[in-house]
Design a protein around this ligand. Structure first.
Ligand code: C5P
Length: 219
């Protein structure tokens, strides 16, 4: 049996990360959160006061940054545990610009593909089915109504002790989606062979169960 690849894409707040992590757990395979990699880079750029509009500087930074991701130990950037630091509204606002640069994407996609060569994997992001793992055996595109997505993100922030108004979360989420959909390099899009799954009226467990059915039947 060869290694299996499951690609899960979708807009912010569609439930990707939570769902992808559980699917990987149930299948006993590795999970890679590619959004966390873009966030780690955005965090570093903000921290080092690199002007985010300077494409060349930010792209160079991507090649000088060591991003390490592990299930047990979270997300690390140049030897620093950034698991919490990458989830702030400030990083959320910076990340889509950073992720729009082709040089940045080239570097991070290389790292992502290298991970997929070594083992079976569930990967979530925006361009996994279209660019990172075009050969994936199963591609899922998760969607949900915008208000539902914003509310999920807001709950997530609240339960991790971060204060944000719902209106602010709605605004940030819409802006990020707009940027992710409209960028030139690998915009947020469902692959033609992706299964579109609307989670507006599905909870996490139902969504996971549907994907597992497809994974078991279709791979
Ligand atoms: O998944 P998450 O919302 O944490 O991703 C943060 C941002 O990283 C996205 O809004 C997008 O700009 C970028 N991203 C990307 N390609 C991916 C994953 C994330 O451009 N594969």
């Amino acid at each position: 049996e060869g290694s299996r690849q499951i690609a899960i894409d979708g807009p912010a707040g569609s439930g990707k990360s939570t769902v992808a992590k559980k699917v990987a757990e149930r299948l006993g395979i590795f999970y890679l959160d590619t959004g966390a990699m873009y966030r780690a880079l955005a965090y570093k750029a903000v921290k080092n006061k690199v002007p985010l509009t300077d494409e060349e500087l930010v792209s160079r930074l991507a090649y000088e940054t060591d991003i390490y991701f592990s299930k047990e130990r979270g997300v690390w950037c140049d030897g620093e545990d950034v698991t919490q630091a990458i989830r702030t509204p400030e990083v959320s606002r910076a990340v889509s610009l950073v992720a729009s640069y082709p040089g940045v994407r080239k570097r991070l996609v290389e790292l992502q593909q290298a991970e997929a060569e070594r083992r079976s994997i569930v990967m979530d992001g925006r361009d996994i089915g279209t660019h990172v793992l075009p050969q994936a055996g199963l591609k899922i595109f998760l969607t949900a109504e915008p208000e539902v997505r914003a509310r999920r993100r807001w709950q997530e922030l609240k339960s991790s002790g971060k204060e944000a108004s719902l209106a602010e979360v709605v605004r940030d989420l819409e802006e990020r989606d707009r940027q992710d959909r409209n960028r030139v390099a690998s915009p947020l899009r469902a692959a033609p062979d992706a299964v579109i799954l609307d989670t507006t009226r599905l909870d996490i467990e139902e969504t996971v169960a549907r994907i597992l059915d497809m994974a078991r039947g279709g791979l």
